[in-house]
Design a protein around this ligand. Structure first.
Ligand code: PMV
Length: 301
């Protein structure tokens, strides 16, 4: 039996800056306590063997192909994945890619710094998604709550502490690529207007960074609401999302917005301890699925 190694990477929740980050603007993202574990060992057969969830399959194979090419690996491998993330838009494809590259590095005893791990993982994801910012990979690698620069791909760590967030799933997870392409199309049709929206989002992200530093949740909530208005203008909100956001606000949230590509997907609401229960109840009543998550956890191990 050959040596087996494993790597465990967290999923993510986008806090602010989705879509604009694809065009080089900054975003804020946090790692969550839902993980994907990748186990790898050198195969005793002349083929690779995968025991992988169907929606992770392409990302694991892409990670293996990028890694194999970069380090001229000739061996075949057995790769198994275990996921706690599911299909809620919580960063499963990024987490599985990061965990796969990390596990392969362990297996072949190659020392990878965080930036190397990002670069390889990003290459693997771009082979599949073509247009992606890499923010979710950075969250999975660095952990905590980070400011991610969409242009330089640099990370500024904000905090390891939890933010008073509620995440809730709308019931549908459209393909991220479809939503990204929808915004690409809108930008082609209204370049100045959409570029202006992106700049406004970037401005809110920088204000949100300061609000997080000062733990000023009321102000951060107001910034969420401003960001949501801009996401509506990018046409990535839906009736269901609007209903969930309204329910959260009526129940006393500081602010609420889409988290991720939109078109369904998840929302996040910022709440005080006193209002948490009533906001969770209100979200459930309009058909949202409140997620049992802790945010700001450590990165891949
Ligand atoms: O839907 P998610 O959680 O995969 O988030 C996508 C966020 C985008 O900014 C729309 C795309 C990206 O690559 O940054």
């Amino acid at each position: 039996m050959t040596r087996e190694v494993n790597a465990k990477a967290p999923g993510k929740l986008m806090i602010m800056g989705e879509h604009a980050v694809v065009y080089g603007h900054p975003c804020l993202v946090t790692a969550i306590d839902k993980y994907i574990t990748v186990k790898a060992r050198i195969s005793e057969e002349a083929i690779d063997n995968f025991s992988v969830k169907s929606f992770d399959d392409r990302f694991v194979k892409s990670a293996l192909s990028v890694f194999r090419y970069k380090y001229s690996i000739k061996n075949n491998v057995d790769i198994t994945t275990e996921s706690e993330i599911g299909r809620y838009g919580l960063g499963s494809s990024a987490a599985v890619t990061v965990a796969a590259v990390k596990a392969l590095a362990e297996l072949f005893e190659i020392k990878l710094g965080k930036q190397d791990l990002f670069n390889l993982s990003y290459k693997a994801v771009l082979k599949i998604q073509k247009k992606a910012s890499g923010f979710d990979l950075a969250a999975s690698i660095y952990g905590g709550t980070i400011l991610f620069d969409g242009k330089t791909k640099q990370v500024e760590k904000k905090t390891e502490e939890s933010l008073p967030l509620i995440g809730a799933f709308s019931g549908v997870k459209p393909d991220t690529v479809t939503m990204v392409n929808q915004v690409v199309k809108l930008r082609m049709e209204n370049k100045n207007q959409v570029e202006h929206i992106f700049r406004c989002i970037a401005d809110l992200v920088m204000k949100a960074k300061e609000a997080i530093n000062r733990q000023n949740w009321k102000y951060l909530g107001e910034l969420f609401n401003e960001n949501q208005k801009l996401l509506v203008r990018l046409r990535v909100s839906t009736t269901k999302i609007d209903m969930m956001i309204e329910a959260a606000m009526d129940a006393g949230a500081y602010g609420a917005k889409i988290s991720g590509a939109g078109g369904g997907d998840c929302i996040i609401a910022l709440v005080s301890d006193e209002k948490r229960q009533s906001v969770e109840k209100a979200l459930t009543e309009v058909g949202g699925k409140v997620l049992d998550i802790t945010v700001g956890v450590s990165g891949v191990k």
